[in-house]
Unconditional design. Structure first.
Length: 252
């Protein structure tokens, strides 16, 4: 993610032995409640969207992330998801919602991808293909035959993405595509994805800065990226059984 938080010139200077840019970041605001009821009572006042199914939420408008103590779960995946939103958004001057008109999938996809973060034997690891998010993504395309071609998927803004009847499938696909662009062919597309994400956050909803498509940044046509994604997900190691000799049909 270095390319998101630093300009190309700053990265060149760092690799040449220079110093990191001097920053004076504001601390991030995190509200943590003792119960789900207290959490819901507060976040309901901040949004008209249904929040009953959430275990945490981040509001770019205020820059505040909300969580609650859940004695029935020791998973920190929600923390990593919402913290990703907060860290990316907070790295720019106060940014309102991003992905309003299009490209919303990667805003959620990268946060879902980061849910796989964990520490193992003193090492920080992210991107385990057997993580529940990635296995769900694989299941959608390999077994459910569900896939929205990337060009059309990228046209969806926040409202279209979140109001879709297939929202859970779209979240799975977003997580899978994020994993694909981060890891395919030893990270061949990783820099392009980070540049794409950086442009989305830099542009914002009111600025007219260019956001280049992933086809432009990778120099690979959308239909070829679709084919590569299908093959990539087919080949990922998984604990989910795969029916023999089943070929994924890409929905058009």
């Amino acid at each position: 993610m270095a390319g998101f938080f630093n300009t190309p010139d700053q990265l060149k200077a760092l690799f040449a032995g220079g110093n990191a840019p001097i920053t004076n970041p504001k601390p991030h605001d995190i509200f943590y409640y003792r119960s789900r009821e207290e959490y819901l009572d507060v976040v309901r006042r901040e949004t008209d969207q249904p929040v009953e199914i959430t275990r945490g939420i981040y509001f770019p408008r205020t820059g505040i992330a909300y969580f609650f103590y859940d004695p029935e779960s020791d998973s920190e995946s929600t923390l990593y998801h919402e913290a990703t939103h907060q860290l990316l958004s907070g790295s720019r001057p106060r940014t309102p919602e991003v992905g309003i008109k299009n490209n919303f999938w990667i805003v959620e996809g990268i946060a879902c991808y980061m849910e796989s973060y964990h520490v193992e034997k003193g090492q920080s690891i992210v991107g385990d293909p057997k993580h529940v998010r990635i296995e769900a993504a694989r299941h959608r395309v390999v077994l459910d035959h569900y896939y929205i071609p990337l060009e059309r998927f990228a046209e969806m803004g926040m409202a279209a993405f979140q109001s879709s009847r297939e929202i859970s499938k779209n979240y799975s696909q977003a997580a899978g595509l994020a994993h694909f662009f981060m890891h395919y062919d030893a990270g061949r597309y990783r820099d392009a994805l980070i540049e794409h994400l950086s442009e989305i956050y830099r542009a914002g909803p009111r600025q007219r800065l260019a956001v280049h498509s992933l086809a432009e940044l990778t120099r690979v046509p959308f239909d070829e990226l679709d084919r590569q994604y299908e093959a990539y997900m087919q080949a990922l190691p998984t604990s989910i059984p795969q029916a023999a000799n089943r070929r994924t049909a890409i929905a058009r």
